[in-house]
Write a protein that binds this ligand. Sequence first.
Ligand code: AHM
Ligand code: MG
Length: 360
Amino acid sequence: MAVNEQTDLKTKNMQAVKTLGQFIIEKQADFPYAKGELSRLLRDIGIAAKIVNREVNKAGLVDILGDAGTINIQGEGQKKLDVYANEQFISALRSGGECCVVASEEHDECVYIQSEISKNAKYIVAIDPLDGSSNIDVNVAIGTIFSIYRRQSLEGKPLIGDVLQRGRYQVAAGYVIYGSSTMLVYTTGKGVNGFTLDPSIGEFCLSHPDMRIPKEGNIYSINEGNYVHFPQGVKDYIKYCQAEDSNTNRPYTSRYIGSMVADIHRNLIKGGIFLYPVSAAYPQGKLRLVYECNPMAFILEQAGGVATNGTDRILDIVPSHLHQRSAIFLGSENMVHTLVEFLNLTGNQTTAEQATISVP
Ligand code: AHM
Ligand code: MG
């Protein structure tokens, strides 16, 4: 290739790259009365994600692995990177000035941000700073999940009701996946866009515009080790996924990483269903409604998918407490609908009592 052609190609490529920052500012025009606060908040989250990514990437090199020695509200051991990620996101939100309360998996209570620059902050952020933490030590993809609400109370210290809003009132939600590459995927209710971190320039660049989940898929993602403890409808659905039927492309493929972000990200791109039902060990489900299920449900719905707890749309559930758990089934529309049919056939065994009945 001639030198001129190479230069032209390079210039073209540079022009084609759109950074997260550029994209956020461009999209501000979608909201006619926006003053840029949500844009700044998203920018703050993007910056914290880059800092966390840097630590995640070198986790095998430095003495940052292993238990931090503290226990979070769920009684689970925290890894050092969980603690680090939590601190980074809260610190970015604190210094950004657009967030008045953070609800984090790592704090039993809400973290109120009361500073001069945050006194007019209108946004609430719910966050799982490092999801899939059992995968840190083994160099498998992990993620961050975030959800943003507008505060409803007009003044003073925000109320718990500002935090415990139904998922359908989210103004934005997203996740970061620290995988073979690092991506940030988010929605503000107008579709879903994905950005891949280019380490050479330190910027998230638009790589997956207008992401759509295929209506039909052939991947099912569930921790099948818990099979005997699942409700009968879920067991029946798993058998359906495994049964041979060339008309419906079965048997499906089973894929389960154990990091919700990574499992859902794959299914979003390829088409599939992710299931975390109630079980004997987790009678209410394992995953947390406010900062895991709601943001992922919002993203999936915006991409054309479906998210339910078996009876109700995830985004319609009224949260009663910060760390509430929920069963969740989400993914490709047709797959989730088929799963719900199986649950209905067995009388919707989604409650704790019914789940324990299915234990042999
Ligand atoms: P975490 O927030 O403590 O990391 O737990 C949430 C994770 C999800 O990412 C994943 O889908 C699930 O727990 C895996 O649970 P299990 O090991 O029971 O399959
Ligand atoms: Mg989590």
